[in-house]
Design a binder for this molecule. Structure first.
Ligand SMILES: Cc1cc2nc3c(=O)[nH]c(=O)nc-3n(C[C@H](O)[C@H](O)[C@H](O)COP(=O)(O)OP(=O)(O)OC[C@H]3O[C@@H](n4cnc5c(N)ncnc54)[C@H](O)[C@@H]3O)c2cc1C
Ligand SMILES: NC(=O)c1ccc[n+]([C@@H]2O[C@H](COP(=O)([O-])OP(=O)(O)OC[C@H]3O[C@@H](n4cnc5c(N)ncnc54)[C@H](O)[C@@H]3O)[C@@H](O)[C@H]2O)c1
Length: 449
């Protein structure tokens, strides 16, 4: 027998859970179908376990710095297995919390793989459901390279499953995940090589950010291998060997991590039953209101082409629930000024336009850039201190701030408040007129000349 709901949500990750809970609180009869563990990518193999390992790496750096502050040399031994156990236990608690939250809101949770069996009908195992509103929030998965021996490596999913710390690692890729994992593994004691196709990583970001991060990584001892196209992985007696096109090879590796992008989970959904097509990469097209090409079917999160970030998926899901079940007819997600942090070492915080994008959008004449680079006080005693760099991109006579970029200690926790200011239309004068907090690094944002 078909069970009827007001809303069916496919996918128990960031976007799906957010929409299901909000819709149910508005009184919508809601079913959420989740194939994987609750919380999806972010909670299980993304933001949360990554940040826990980043915290450990950050502590390792702080312990090194402690000597400069008069503490006896600390030579701590890091127990990867212990932290992994702690992390897994924490994540299990999050699973329970999500299940309780859904239950408390009256969302019916179905643990199975969902497929469309009609335009507004879903089959999950033996169950058949229908609803006038269906959300696709199925997220994505890591891309594997199509080369011989690729299966000898792992992806970020495999990284989070590692039981012991790899001694020597090559990370192939140049995006968020590649630089974040490189920083974490290096700080915890691995010998790390980052293998890039081009000369740089983080190619879509303001260049000053990646330039400063590349300097910092080289200084820390991470090996950056540019212009390397991977051709094959070979297993040898002394470890894995990564062969490059027309070039040398990198041997003696314990682990190779593929961090070459992610692809949407859209192939095994029966989308054709709902007359929904995807682009060649498998992404589902949506308009600004998350509508797909079929009325009453919506998509949010990593299965769409929007920024692949947890808060973006959550905001899109919640706004959609507001629109459909609380009569907020114009409510939708604005993807301008999405703040983001790259949890590299040191971290990067960025919101808004790069200098080049601002010039392209407003004309070169209209853009004025303020920047500063300095040694943060916390690094005052370091022989070769890691510097902090900050930049404000302004436009027009009123110098409206359209881009804010920073790399350095603590910028990850600085960005959120500045993102509010930019969203409210802050100008350089507003920043200058704000009393500084001294002595901090953040005060440089309101004292830049
Ligand atoms: C290593 C890593 C680190 C990251 N770090 C950050 C970070 O620091 N900050 C940040 O903002 N973002 C981060 N992200 C990105 C973030 O995790 C994603 O943007 C976010 O999880 C997307 O949410 P979603 O709801 O679209 O999909 P997901 O969270 O992936 O959830 C989709 C769920 O749908 C399920 N599913 C798929 N198909 C079906 C089906 N047919 N039937 C039923 N269920 C199905 C899946 O099992 C999954 O549980 C990171 C990602 C990775 C990989
Ligand atoms: N801190 C955060 O918020 C955070 C952290 C991790 C991931 N994420 C999200 O997850 C998304 C996916 O991250 P990602 O790092 O997997 O993807 P990405 O798209 O950011 O980067 C993939 C990189 O791999 C490179 N690449 C592709 N094919 C390659 C090949 N064959 N050889 C070498 N390099 C190759 C690409 O040029 C690109 O630079 C991100 O875009 C981001 O939105 C966010």
């Amino acid at each position: 027998m078909t069970q009827s709901y007001d809303l069916i949500v496919i996918g128990g990750g960031s976007g799906g859970i957010a929409m299901a809970n909000r819709a149910a609180r508005y009184g919508a009869r809601t079913a959420l179908i989740a194939a994987g563990p609750l919380g999806g990518t972010c909670v299980n193999v993304g933001c949360v376990p990554k940040k826990i390992f980043w915290n450990a790496a950050h502590l390792a750096e702080q312990m090194k710095m402690a000597k400069e502050y008069g503490f006896d040399a600390l030579e701590p031994h890091f127990h990867w297995e212990y932290l992994k156990r702690q992390r897994d236990t924490y994540i299990e608690r999050l699973h329970d919390r999500y299940a309780q939250g859904l239950d408390g809101n009256g969302v019916v949770l179905i643990r199975n793989h969902a497929r469309f069996s009609g335009t507004h009908q879903i089959t999950a195992g033996d169950e058949v459901l229908d609803a006038p509103h269906i959300l696709i929030a199925t997220g994505g998965q890591p891309v594997w390279p199509d080369i011989p021996g690729a299966e000898l490596g792992i992806t970020s999913d495999g990284f989070f499953a590692l039981e012991t710390m790899p001694r020597s690692v090559a990370i192939v890729g140049a995006g968020y995940i590649a630089v974040e994992l490189a920083g974490v593994l290096h700080a915890l004691g691995s010998d790390v090589s980052l293998v890039m196709r081009r000369n740089h990583f983080l190619n879509d970001f303001e260049p000053m950010l990646r330039e400063n991060l590349m300097d910092a990584m080289l200084h820390q001892g991470i090996s950056l291998l540019a212009q390397r196209q991977v051709r094959e992985v070979e297993k040898r007696a002394d470890g894995l060997c990564l062969h490059f096109q027309d070039r040398d090879c990198l041997g003696g590796l314990e682990t190779i991590i593929w961090a070459i992008g992610r692809r949407p989970n859209s192939t095994d959904l029966g989308l054709e039953q709902a007359n929904i097509t995807t682009d060649p990469q498998g992404f589902i097209a949506v308009d600004a209101f998350q509508n797909t090409e079929t009325s009453g079917i919506y998509a949010v999160g990593d299965v769409t082409t929007g920024p692949a970030l947890t808060p973006v998926a959550i905001a899109a899901g919640r706004r959609l629930a507001d629109r459909l079940f609380d009569a907020q007819t114009e409510r939708h997600l604005d993807v301008q000024l999405v703040p983001t942090v790259i949890f590299s070492h040191p971290p990067i915080a960025t919101v808004g336009l790069s200098v080049a994008s601002a010039q392209a959008q407003y004309g070169e004449e209209a853009v004025k850039v303020y920047q500063t680079i300095f040694t943060p006080l916390v690094r005052a005693f370091s022989a070769e201190p890691e510097r902090t760099a900050m930049q404000l991109v302004t436009v027009g006579r009123e110098e409206k701030i359209v881009g804010l970029h920073a790399i350095g200690d603590g910028v990850d926790e600085m960005l959120q408040g500045f993102a509010v200011a930019l969203r409210m239309g802050a100008t350089k004068h507003d920043f200058d007129d704000t009393i500084a907090i001294h002595p901090t690094s953040a005060e440089e944002f309101v004292t830049m000349r």
